[in-house]
Write a protein that binds this ligand. Structure first.
Ligand code: PMP
Length: 367
């Protein structure tokens, strides 16, 4: 018997996670798609006051049903759809990672299948594994879009109870057209749910709609969001979803009691009060992203179109060597995606200058 007596399928597996390096080792951190702009001192002060108020109540359990927070998130989401979003359509947890795990706990499980289309977010197969859900990955086309006929056929063959569709996709940055969401919601029908993961939704280009608009048409549609990216709150750990109220009720069966601490709820509400400021750099980041795409193409690289706050580019015969060379110059990016590609998160203008200089040196050396 091996020790510790771990589930067989977990033995020898490394925990998920990008390298976490100190700022001394890597002063320019462009590897986990964070928002580079921290809160102003006024927002910090308001958050501190909110935490102080929550601290007074810490002898009691927090609101298990997240009533005030769900109302605040519903109001925020309502700006993205003409149909509006009601509080009972919203659920929240510690990051959209936990939201997604709860969805798999409720709708996946032994004898059930979760399906996505590769390349895609590498945590999805882990949620499936951890909930003993069978995992099936279809393929995206060469330009990372979805072939809708093939996607529909795969759904009809595999009958998944959960389909995971990030839009914009990580690591490619590709947003899905509404037709893809509609097609897959119809193909899945009442046998399952379709999760459109809009972790990067706020960064989408002008004219690209949110899947929130499709909620009234499909009761099996779930749209997830997070405060980790555009909202500049990665450290907060607050993810949420909008869906039919029956789906929110189903999740309440599997969630741990009091899963969202009073402190988290208070900080998330403070963040919502300061949404205009926290989201205030989204347009700058979108412009910086577009400029990065243009610059990379001018250098002769292949670049995926991006609706997110990161850019996938390549291809390199030895991508690890390029990644390492950048790191040696203090710029940490991500070695992820299909063979030969690298992903860079969009940082401040200064950070992107450091990235471009480092990449120019790295590729000149290896040429
Ligand atoms: N979905 C996608 C596509 C992501 O890239 C990430 C974070 N990298 C998440 C969900 C999870 O984010 P969080 O748990 O911080 O909300």
């Amino acid at each position: 018997m091996t020790w510790p007596p771990l589930r067989e399928e977990l033995r020898g597996i490394e925990p998920y996670g990008a390298p976490q390096l100190s700022l001394e080792r890597a002063p320019v951190q462009l590897n986990v798609n964070e928002n580079p702009y921290g809160p102003s001192s006024a927002v910090v002060a308001d958050i501190a006051t909110a935490v102080a108020h929550a601290a007074v109540t810490l002898n009691r359990y927090p609101d298990r049903e997240l009533v005030e927070l769900r109302a605040g998130l519903a109001a925020y989401l309502s700006a993205d759809t003409p149909h509006g979003v009601a509080p009972e359509q919203v659920w929240a947890a510690n990051g959209s990672n936990e939201v997604m795990l709860q969805l798999l706990q409720a709708f996946g499980g032994p004898g059930r299948t979760a399906l996505s289309f590769a390349p895609t977010y590498s945590m999805y197969p882990e949620y499936a594994r951890d909930t003993s859900t069978r995992w099936v990955a279809g393929r995206r086309d060469g330009d990372f879009s979805l072939d809708l006929d093939a996607a529909r056929a795969l759904v009809e063959a595999e009958r998944p109870s959960v389909v995971l569709l990030p839009s914009p996709n990580n690591p490619t940055g590709t947003a899905l057209p509404q037709a893809a969401v509609t097609t897959l919601c119809e193909a899945v029908g009442d046998d399952g749910i379709v999760v459109v993961d809009e972790a990067y939704g706020e960064f989408r280009r002008t004219g690209v709609p949110s899947a929130l608009e499709l909620l009234p048409a499909h009761r099996n549609l779930v749209v997830t969001r997070t405060m980790s990216k555009a909202f500049a709150g990665a450290g907060l750990r607050l993810g949420y979803l909008a869906a039919d109220p029956a789906i929110c009720d189903a999740i309440r069966v599997v969630r741990l009691p009091y899963h969202l601490s009073a402190v988290t709820q208070a900080v998330a509400l403070a963040a919502l009060r300061h949404a205009p400021e926290l989201l205030g750099r989204v347009d700058d980041l979108r412009a910086e992203r577009d400029a990065t795409v243009t610059w990379l193409r001018e250098q002769g690289h292949e670049v995926a179109d991006s609706d997110a706050n990161f850019v996938l580019f390549g291809t390199f015969a030895d991508r690890h060597a390029v990644w390492q060379d950048l790191l040696d110059q203090g710029v940490l990016i991500r070695e992820t995606g299909p063979d030969g590609w690298l992903r860079v998160s969009v940082g401040t203008a200064d950070e992107m200058t450091s990235f471009k200089d480092a990449l120019t040196r790295a590729t000149r050396e290896s040429a």
